[in-house]
Structure formats: structure tokens, C-alpha cells
Design a protein around this ligand. Structure first.
Ligand code: ASP
Length: 426
């Protein structure tokens, strides 16, 4: 019965036929048209098409909370008790850590080699007209917020870490219920998950329209003039993200999973485009889960375990960004960071990426956590971050794409290591 339902979902999703009828191709065309229109009309097109992007993101967000809850509960409950849960958990965390650190170190090397902030006179010249910034809490606050005092309230406010924590406990609890007493609950969550995936599939059909709206708006919002002023900074980040996306993650895929990176990336195209257009790992999560399940071919169990947590915790692109951004700020201010301070940046960049929510520009705000750890504080830091915010959109689009790609690579590698041989098969 369950297999039948899943098969129907897959069938409904596969849009065969010539390339111009494929969703990814139509969406790419949308990106080009959206960008061209945005530039040609000097951002006016955002007024015409912006609403389509907004509606699309709202639809995606609508399914996130029930999707995360049902997906994690199903995944954890099906892993069962004790040993397997521990093994999957350990593999997942090890993967998150390894790739995030690899990304940070790539950023560290690049920012020290290119030195984008040295000589950049940002503080005096561009102090006016800054967007408002809110600083994020401390490291202990991140951990504290993981335990919801009221799970319903956490769900109502979309508090991801808290929902994940609660869902894991529910899953473990169901796995420990005496046999026979767990059937209804398992069915409820499993079928709820299938239902959310079905809704997601419908929403994804709107991808080309949503992307047209999102890209028009993004073009209108990104300050091209400011981008020139901080050009080397932007180049450093783009180069770092490119190395991580095109060298590091493919190496992980190939060396640890013996899989073709090209095939994996092709399977993930829709999710990557969605991440690029929405700048939000959370909003992309429904698409990521669908692509990893239906195209990459990872089991429900591993998908449900690795992806929802990954969307919040495992952010390689953001981690790289935190490191480059913080050291860039130090360079602009003329502060030479010692080795120990750079090590602190690496560590706090990792924490900041874990704590950053999967929403647009969340990573930028978390940068205060990193700068404060090395004692860079005050109005000047806020001014530089304000300027960084003015050019954040395109960088955010790219790092979000890297974030969700890393999650998908992790899911594929872990599935392979669990003996799922059809993953990324031809
Ligand atoms: N927008 C990113 C994401 O959702 C987070 C960030 O700002 O770095 O993955």
C-alpha cells in the first residue's frame, strides 16, 4: 500500500520528454529572463513579477513545519533503537563537521591570500543610510533554544532547532513503545510525510514562475555600485564557494561514496535552483527532500535523518562566509589577527553556521558572534557589516546553494555506507 503511494508520487513527478519540457530547463530560462528583465527595467520588473516569487516561497514555507516533523519522526522511529540510531547519528554529525571545517579552511586560506579588506576604506566613506541590524545571541543561547518549553509554540513560530529536537525525541519514543502500541502513530507520521511530499510535488511545478519573480526582485535589490567597492571581498567568497562546490564536495562524493559527482549534481538541479532563487535552505527543504528521495534514490530513512537537520545545522557555504567575512572586517579595521585568534574564528564560524537559521541573510547577522569572539566590536564593525549587507543577496544565493548541496551529498554518502547500492545509479 505504502509502496503504491510512493510509486504514484514518483510517477507524478517525472516529467519525461524533450529537454525544453523539463522543469530544470524551464527554470533556467526563467532565471535568464528574470535577470535580463530586472536589468533592462532597472528593477521595475520586481513590481510586476515580485508577487509570484512571494507566493511561491509562502507555499514552500507552508509545508516546512509539518514536513520536518513527520519526516524526522518517521526517520528516527524507523531507525529503531540504540545501535543503528547511534551509528547513523555519528556518521551524520561526522559528515557535517568534516565538510563545514573543510569549507572554513578553504575560506581561511583564500582570505589570507587575497587580503580583500586591506586598504579598503569603507568605514569613513559609506557610513550613511545603513539598513537596520539585529545582533544574534551567544553560543549558549543557541543550545538553550534547542529545547522547547512548549513544542506547539515552537511549531507555531517555526523554530527549527526546537522542532528538530522534539521530533527526534518523538521518534525515539515511538521506537521504544511496546510492539503493537506503535502502529497507529507510525502510520500517522509516515502517511503525513507522504502527504507533505505530494503537496511539495505540486508546488514545485510552479518553480519557473516563482523563480521569475524571485530573480527579478533579487536583481532590483542588489546594490551593483556597492558591489564594486567590495569587489575583491565578493570575489574571495565566490572563489571559496566555487572550490567547495566543484572540488571538495565532488571529492567527498567520489572518495567516500564512489559516486559520480556529475550525476549527483544533475539529480539535484531543481533543488539547487530553488536554493539559489530563494536564498533559504529551509524554504528549499521540501525540494531537497524530494530530489534526494526520488532522483538520487536515497531511502526514506536516511533522507529523513540527514536532510531536515542538515538544512539547519550543516551550512558549509555559510561557514565559509562567516570566516571570510570576519577576517575581512579585521582587515578593513587594520587589525592583524594572531594564529590563536584565527583559530577562534574557525571555531566560532562553525558555531555561527550551526546557529544560523536557513533564511535569507541569516548568516550575515551571525557574523557578530564571530567578530565578538575576537574582540572586534562597536559602531565601525556594524558599519562594515551594513555595507556587506548591501551586497549580500548574490552571495547569499550562492552560499545557500552550497549549503543544500552539501546536505544532499551527505545523504548520498551515508546511504551508500548503509548499503543502499542504487543511490546515484544510472
Ligand atoms: N541563506 C542561508 C541559508 O538559508 C543562510 C545564510 O544566510 O548564510 O542557507
Amino acid at each position: 500500500m505504502r509502496d503504491l503511494a510512493s510509486a504514484r508520487i514518483v510517477a507524478a513527478m517525472q516529467t519525461g520528454g524533450p529537454f525544453y519540457k523539463q522543469l530544470w530547463f524551464q527554470t533556467l530560462v526563467s532565471i535568464v529572463i528574470g535577470a535580463a528583465l530586472g536589468i533592462a527595467t532597472d528593477g521595475k520588473s520586481a513590481e510586476w513579477f515580485g508577487w509570484m516569487g512571494k507566493l511561491f516561497v509562502r507555499l514552500l514555507k507552508m509545508v516546512i513545519v509539518p514536513l520536518i516533523l513527520t519526516s524526522i519522526v518517521t526517520g528516527v522511529a524507523s531507525v529503531g533503537t540504540g545501535k543503528t540510531l547511534g551509528r547513523l547519528g555519528a556518521k551524520t554529525l561526522a559528515y557535517y563537521l568534516a565538510t563545514s571545517l573543510a569549507a572554513i579552511l578553504t575560506g581561511l586560506v583564500l582570505v589570507n591570500a587575497l587580503r580583500p579588506g586591506v586598504g579598503a576604506d569603507l568605514v569613513d566613506t559609506q557610513g550613511a543610510d545603513l539598513p537596520e541590524l539585529t545582533t544574534m545571541g551567544s553560543v549558549s543561547e543557541i543550545f538553550e533554544k534547542m529545547i522547547p518549553t512548549n513544542p506547539i509554540a515552537a511549531m507555531a513560530s517555526g523554530d527549527m532547532l526546537a522542532i528538530i529536537f522534539f521530533a527526534i525525541l518523538l521518534g525515539v519514543g515511538i521506537a521504544h513503545l511496546p510492539s503493537g502500541r506503535d502502529r497507529t502513530l507510525r502510520d500517522l507520521f509516515e502517511q503525513g510525510f507522504d502527504l507533505m511530499m505530494l503537496l511539495t510535488s505540486g508546488i514545485i511545478r510552479l518553480l519557473p514562475l516563482g523563480v521569475l519573480g524571485l530573480i527579478s526582485t533579487a536583481v532590483a535589490k542588489s546594490g551593483a555600485g556597492t558591489l564594486q567597492a567590495v569587489g575583491v571581498y565578493a570575489i574571495t567568497i565566490v572563489a571559496g564557494l566555487a572550490i567547495h562546490m566543484l572540488v571538495t564536495l565532488p571529492l567527498f562524493l567520489f572518495l567516500l561514496g564512489r559516486m559520480s559527482p556529475l550525476r549527483h549534481y544533475r539529480n539535484m538541479a531543481e533543488a539547487m535552483i530553488t536554493a539559489f532563487s530563494t536564498s533559504s535552505s529551509s524554504a528549499t527543504l521540501p525540494v531537497t527532500i524530494r530530489s534526494v528521495r526520488e532522483r538520487v534514490g536515497v531511502s526514506n530513512q536516511v533522507t529523513s535523518f540527514v536532510l531536515p537537520m542538515g538544512a539547519t545545522i550543516n551550512m558549509d557555504g555559510t561557514a565559509l562566509y562567516e570566516c571570510v567575512g570576519a577576517i575581512f572586517i579585521a582587515q578593513v579595521l587594520g587589525v592583524e589577527l594572531t594564529f590563536a585568534q584565527q583559530a577562534t574564528v574557525v571555531l566560532t564560524a562553525l558555531l555561527a553556521s550551526i546557529g544560523a537559521a536557513g533564511i535569507p541573510s541569516a548568516g550575515l547577522v551571525m557574523i557578530f558572534l564571530v567578530t565578538e569572539a575576537v574582540n572586534l566590536k562597536g559602531a565601525e564593525v556594524a558599519t562594515i557589516v551594513g555595507i556587506m549587507l548591501a551586497v549580500d543577496r548574490p552571495l547569499d544565493m550562492l552560499r545557500t546553494m552550497v549549503n543544500i548541496t552539501s546536505d544532499s551529498v551527505g545523504a548520498a554518502i551515508i546511504a551508500k555506507s548503509e548499503g543502499e547500492s542504487e543511490v546515484n545509479a544510472a
